[in-house]
Design a binder for this molecule. Structure first.
Ligand code: SF4
Length: 137
């Protein structure tokens, strides 16, 4: 059964970006944090609380529904899988994502799609990230 990435207790996040670097380096073979599927950012405002932009593993993913050529298909347990060979980089999935966590890779023009592999969670020093069984699974 597939699991999805979850961020709890974001109040413990120190913004070290270890999770982003782990995703960029180990999944995308890059030093660029832009390649990371998880993005840590401030909410803005004076308190500058941190939030994690991550794929929510929707059971009926709007991104896959928006993909006209079915380069994105639903993944068992939640989320989607990308067929990079089919993708034409149109960005319809980016527009359709209700939580705006999909971005197009500036180099490849392919969407950066979280695989829910959990690499980021392994490198979080505060145990904020974890893989959990989706409530939709
Ligand atoms: S690794 Fe953990 S503490 Fe560091 S930025 Fe990511 S979520 Fe925050």
């Amino acid at each position: 059964m597939g699991k999805i990435l979850t961020a709890r207790n974001m109040n413990k996040c120190i913004g070290c970006y270890s999770c982003m670097l782990a995703c960029a380096r180990l999944v995308h073979r890059s030093f660029s944090l832009q390649k990371s599927c998880i993005q840590i950012r401030t909410r803005g405002g004076l308190q500058s609380k941190l939030v994690a932009d991550i794929c929510r593993g929707c059971s009926q993913p709007a991104c896959a529904e928006a993909c006209r050529i079915r380069a994105l298909v639903p993944r068992e347990g939640g989320g989607v899988k990308l067929n990079a060979r089919k993708c034409i980089g149109c960005g319809d999935c980016v527009e359709a994502c209700p939580v705006k966590t999909i971005r197009l890779d500036e180099e490849t023009r392919l969407p950066l799609i979280c695989k829910h592999c959990g690499i980021c969670a392994k490198f979080c020093p505060h145990g904020i990230l974890s893989l959990e069984v989706s409530p939709h699974a």
